[in-house]
Design a protein around this ligand. Sequence first.
Ligand SMILES: Cc1cc2nc3c(=O)[nH]c(=O)nc-3n(C[C@H](O)[C@H](O)[C@H](O)COP(=O)(O)O)c2cc1C
Length: 637
Amino acid sequence: MNATLQGLISNAERAWSERQHDGKTHVTVVVDTSSLARGARETLAALQSAAANPANDMVVHITGSWGFCWMEPCVTVRSAAGTRSVLYHDITADLVPELVERCVTNGGDWPEMALGIVEGTATADIPLLSDHPFMQGQVRRLMKNTGTTDPESIDDYLAQGGYSGLLRALELTDEEIIKEMLDSGVGGRGGANFPVGRKWDFLRTATAAPKYLVCNADEGDPGAWVNRTLLEGDPHLIIEGLAIAARASGAREAYVYIRYEYPLAITRMQNAVEQAKAKGILGENILGLGWDFDVVIFKGAGSYVCGDETGLINSIDGFRGMPRIKPPFPAQAGLWNKPTNVNNVESYANAPLILREGAAWWCNVNPGEQPEKGTKMFCLSGQIVNAGCTFEIPFGSSTMREALERYGGGMLPGKELKGYQPGGPLSGVLPASEINNAMQLAPFRERGMFLGGGGIVFFDNGESILDLVMWMTGFCEDESCGRCTTCHGGNQRAVEVLRRIAMGGGRENDIDKLEGIVKTLVWSNCQHGQLSPTAIKLMLKYFRGELESLIHHKVDPTRSLPGFIEYRVRSQSDPDLESAVAICPTVAIVQDGQQQWMVDQRLCILCGACKEVAPSAMEVVDRFAPVPVGAIAAGGG
Ligand SMILES: Cc1cc2nc3c(=O)[nH]c(=O)nc-3n(C[C@H](O)[C@H](O)[C@H](O)COP(=O)(O)O)c2cc1C
């Protein structure tokens, strides 16, 4: 047992325990990107100024996300007696004085704003947090500290058993560490579920030196932020995972590649590295063991293909962010052509749990033979009640329907599910009829797409499938590195065809054309190009009726595609018509010879501003002649 590390853990545990009984009220605010967007900075400032008043005898802390991102800022108040803590939601700065008065000065609760009791017994007004519907079915292991500890404090992490996975790894040989990882069955969380232990073994047995680790924190899929939740909420968990991987593989240096759009994650990871170095857990002669290992935080420049492991390696190497041709694989020739292991954030973050608690414990949440083991984090967005929620469940324990209803809170009132997109823009949209799929890899692979890293977006019937696919294909076109014509030219051509259909110019042979483009794009050099036609492929399979209606009948059942509609003046006497005329940016609402207001369709740019300010004066009509109802197929193939 390494006495230095054991000493650090024991000291931190003692300090934490003393803090729990110091007779002060402890108020903890979630400070992460989601809560900051909803005013957490101002809430924190208001709490800090309340704490400056000695009469309040309170201490203010920050923490990571509980996953209730749609109800931020979330604040926990722990009583001065240390017997009870309550989690509150939507505590904006203006509510801080009332929170302080009720919960700090008077030492009571605020039931109307409470989400649940974190510590202590339930009351008639406030149930236990563990009984909250959002917490049902969750097994929070990766998220154990997010919501409770300060992500900017290594001592908070140590006090919760942090770095004791590394402590155990120091007792094991490299092969024993890898065996523990293999026994757990943990697979890569970037989407492919490739055994993490096998990857580490490739690096361990590589003969060239030096060897490198890379943590893929690019998380480029729109609608995905599970990695950000860990980077911002528990950075030491990732650093500990990297240190364990380094012990197992012989790597001397790790690069954490974080996307430019995650500034708080970059700051928190950088801070965590410095703290770990200050404690002697990273750097030279770690813990007096004569072992050197360093972690470098590397800021990406916002390119999607740099999420691909070889694009990422190229980017760190200082070249343009272009995926490389494989083989050679990174384990043979990665960073600076040396052996390199690339894993996702969540993959590394599981290692401390596996080493600390053992492989058997880690996979005890997954009965049966399913290939996905352990827990998995997901986040949901789109037209749902709890847009922005983040949760952790045993991998494979839920269907998409259960996740939508239990964690997402269901579709927004009045909205009907049309489909959902797992796996980001390289995946595609599945129709509502596929909502009973288990959240495992196989159902999605069987449908020619993938589950991905954990971000899922739900769409309602007001969305045009063509609009969604046009957006996804446009994203793939923009993000193409430009190296192979198949990808950049193919996606460009696909967008042209989709855009023409969306403007009402669909032609009889467009479906054949799209099928041809799909067949061609799969021959692109890298996975970005190869997977970019997935959204079109799935539209042709699952939403063909809607596409045919757009091409052949010129009818958009969603009435959302600008090319299929016209704005017209509905009521000459409506009092709001004046506002519509005034707001039109192209002065398209004009008077004809009879002084009647009308929309000059040559000038109208279909921005919809007139309808927004004058909903009853203006109307939206189909641009093309209607066809018999039976000929229109909305959704479904
Ligand atoms: C275009 C593209 C983007 C990708 N983006 C990410 C990403 O943001 N995060 C990630 O972990 N993997 C991403 N991947 C997958 C990585 O190439 C790689 O497989 C993964 O980081 C391996 O880690 P794992 O084995 O732990 O899953 C992407 C792949 C492609 C083709």
